[in-house]
Ligand binder design. Structure first.
Ligand code: ADP
Length: 243
């Protein structure tokens, strides 16, 4: 697959057509996705809104190669994600996708720098851990252990870890869900900076509709489909958004 450096601005990076996902637990079936059509272009910053249970995480997990679809198609550039083998999906996740979740999942016995280094040691064309940590404003916290960092700082270490491998796609599932508004803003500032500086196409799920204004585009999920979409004529900085 092509390295990020060759991806042109506005080139479709993710394309999704008629995506469906049904979960079966014993006799019970849940239709988590009911025909989602979606496209994300290189460098776009997209916010995904929608009520709990509307399918946002399921959608993000399939786009990131963490889960399989029941029907429909998904592509990363011209590589199908819905027809790939498990090992090809693993390679897609490893080489092209950065994940950020609500909880940071840092290794408690390793410093911020060492947590990021875990990823850079196995990546193909990584940043230096110091570079990734500086990009999220943690140049002064590199030798701290997770317990010595605030929640927002730990999330920024998790962002540095996700971007250090220079992913083409950055998928964030409620990255500010566990944070108060002040630290949440710092995390969103880190994400917007990373998006601008690395060009990674960025998808952010949030419950907080106010965050929508920091995006290029806002996608609203409802009942397993995309109910509406809007493009922001101008973007706000995270610090200009009131929660
Ligand atoms: P959201 O992220 O918008 O809250 P989800 O994608 O997590 O929505 O969930 C969509 C629906 O699919 C919900 O009804 C949820 O309970 C169901 N669901 C999600 N994951 C699973 C799973 N692993 N097994 C069974 N049902 C699931």
């Amino acid at each position: 697959m092509d390295p990020a450096a060759t991806i042109e601005r506005n080139e479709p990076i993710l394309r999704i057509k008629g995506l469906c996902k049904t979960y079966r637990t014993g006799e019970v079936e849940v239709q988590a996705l009911r025909g989602v059509d979606f496209e994300a272009r290189a460098r776009e910053f997209i916010v995904i809104l929608g009520p709990s249970g509307s399918g946002k995480s399921t959608f993000l997990n399939i786009a990131g190669g963490l889960d399989s679809a029941s029907a429909g198609e998904a592509w990363f550039m011209d590589h199908s994600l819905t027809r790939q083998s498990e090992s090809e999906l693993t390679r897609y996740r490893r080489d092209h996708v950065g994940f950020i979740f609500q909880f940071y999942n840092l290794v408690p016995s390793l410093t911020a720098r060492e947590n990021v280094k875990l990823v850079t040691e196995i990546a193909k064309r990584p940043m230096k851990p110091e570079e990734a940590l500086a990009m999220v404003g943690l140049e002064d916290r590199m030798e701290h252990f997770p317990a010595q960092l605030s929640g927002g700082e730990q999330q920024r270490v998790a962002i540095a870890r996700a971007i250090a491998k220079r992913p083409d796609v950055l998928l964030c599932d409620e990255p500010t869900g566990a944070l108060d508004s002040k630290t949440g803003i710092k995390v969103l500032e880190a994400l917007t900076r990373v998006n601008a500086e690395t060009g990674a196409t960025t998808l952010v799920i949030t419950h907080n509709a106010a965050i929508a204004m920091i995006a290029d585009r806002v996608v609203h999920f409802a009942n397993g489909t995309i109910a509406s979409e809007q493009r922001n004529a101008s973007r706000k900085l995270p610090s200009e958004v009131s929660w």
